[in-house]
Design a protein around this ligand. Structure first.
Ligand code: C5P
Ligand code: MG
Length: 210
């Protein structure tokens, strides 16, 4: 197989996209030959806000497509398809901006991309060969998000609740939920769905043998 296959994993915030994608990647990466598989997060393409004061950064709507530099992501996918490596930005959720470091991602035969708004972007959708939507009930997502944002992303309970009401929930209904219809597969329970993980792993192995 010479062509790159891009697998997109989308769904609500804290639905289990990252765990689902990382599990597939981690379980395959050592088993496959070098250069077979790579993974990229949409969150890496949140716009740089280092020029803005902190008070301003906390007010950004991070669940709207305008918060992302999707053009750069599209350019990177094109580069990777052409066999070139790319320097993917890294994101600091506590500082609400890109960090100084980048991560070199080499071209790979299988590329997994994951993020909330991937299936809502028309231009990106054209690049995806396999589109998966992680469909986890929103109350489960909210509980996970509270815990994660307080433990790992430097947030208070009050800030999580306010952000959820102001932007996370309304943007889910405006952009994320409707994008489910662009998916080829809908997976319940995210990172906990062992059968779905194994099915995607089998498909990847099959593609690499072709
Ligand atoms: O990992 P997950 O898909 O949950 O990451 C996306 C979420 O990160 C978005 O719902 C957005 O609200 C949140 N986010 C944030 N602060 C930032 C950037 C993103 O709370 N600075
Ligand atoms: Mg995530």
């Amino acid at each position: 197989m010479t062509r790159t296959t891009i697998i997109a994993i989308a769904g609500a915030s804290a639905s289990g996209k990252s765990l689902f994608s990382q599990t597939i990647y981690n379980e395959l990466v050592n088993e496959l030959e070098p250069g077979a598989i790579a993974i990229i997060e949409e969150d890496a393409y949140y716009k740089d806000q280092s020029h803005l004061p902190m008070a301003h950064r906390t007010q950004t709507n991070y669940d709207h497509p305008d918060a992302f530099e999707h053009e750069l992501m599209l350019e990177h996918l094109t580069q990777l398809r052409s066999g070139n490596s790319v320097e993917v930005p890294t994101y600091d959720y506590a500082q609400h901006t890109r960090s100084d470091k980048t991560r070199r991602v080499p071209a790979a035969k299988i590329l997994i991309v994951e993020g909330i708004l991937l299936l809502s972007d028309k231009a990106l959708n054209k690049e995806f060969d396999i589109k998966v939507f992680i469909d986890t009930p929103l109350d489960i997502c909210l509980m996970r998000r509270m815990q994660r944002d307080m433990e790992q992303r430097g947030r208070t309970l009050q800030s999580v609740v306010e952000q959820y009401q102001a932007t996370v929930r309304p943007m889910f209904y405006q952009f994320i939920e409707p994008s489910k219809h662009n998916a080829d597969l809908v997976v319940t329970r995210g990172g906990m769905n062992r059968v779905a993980i194994d099915i995607i792993k089998s498909k990847i192995k099959y593609l690499l043998q072709e």
